[in-house]
Design a protein around this ligand. Structure first.
Ligand code: FMN
Length: 207
């Protein structure tokens, strides 16, 4: 049984295009898995909406709690670390991670950044060796559905893609693909074409 983790980060809730496309991506992956592999069984889909249930900003208190040995943590630190541990366990249990990623002011939504800050755990999801950093998560595929009002992919203003790829690679997730729906705020024709194109890419990548 494959486990899919959908991370939504749009503030638009049920209206969000990135969340809807991310959901469609998972539905397509599950459908194709079932049609090509009779042993695929039932899929487990976990949806985490980072905008509806935002994590706090990383503070000194939280960062210190992560780095304190479990037996030395205060009750408050244990509570903070448990929240992060649960997020890491959820991520570690996923075979496929699909991120709905709207662009906000040229960056990733701060809710997604807070999530990244809670799953980047030294000795748990990455470690430093004499040769540099080593990601500790293994055998995962990540698919990122990036939606933008303007057009940025392949230009210097796309600061998101390299950042997300870099972060995921840092924790060991190196199989990462992006689907873009761009020009969403550039008129109805542009929006309709972008959504149709993203739909096609979803079918291609899921196949
Ligand atoms: C606060 C905010 C900031 C935005 N900043 C950008 C931006 O820097 N560049 C851009 O192309 N679009 C920008 N947009 C447009 C969003 O990227 C677009 O509406 C979003 O990707 C649509 O996805 P969603 O429906 O999942 O929210 C912004 C939208 C909001 C609400």
């Amino acid at each position: 049984m494959k486990t899919y983790l959908q991370l939504n980060s749009s503030l638009h809730g049920a209206e969000s295009l990135s969340s809807r496309l991310a959901g469609r991506f998972i539905e397509t992956l599950v459908r194709i898995d079932r049609s090509t592999d009779s042993t695929a069984g039932s899929a487990r889909v976990v949806v985490r909406d980072l905008a509806r249930q935002p994590l706090p900003h990383l503070t000194a208190e939280r960062f210190t709690a992560f780095g304190t040995a479990p037996e030395q943590r205060t009750a408050g630190q244990a509570h903070i670390a448990a929240e992060s541990d649960a997020l890491v366990a959820e991520l570690a249990a996923a075979d496929v991670i699909v991120i709905g990623l709207p662009m906000y002011n040229f960056g990733v939504p701060s809710t997604l950044k807070a999530y990244f800050d809670h799953v980047a755990r030294a000795g748990v999801t990455f470690r430093y060796t004499a040769d540099g950093p080593e990601g500790l998560l293994r055998d995962k595929r990540a698919l990122v559905v990036a939606t933008r009002g303007g057009r940025h992919a392949g230009t210097p203003s796309d600061l998101q893609s390299a950042y997300v790829r870099q972060f995921l690679g840092f924790i060991g997730i190196t199989d990462v693909e992006f689907i873009y729906a761009e020009g969403l705020a550039m008129g109805e024709e542009s929006r309709t074409a972008a959504i149709a194109e993203a739909g096609k890419r979803i079918e291609q990548l899921a196949a």
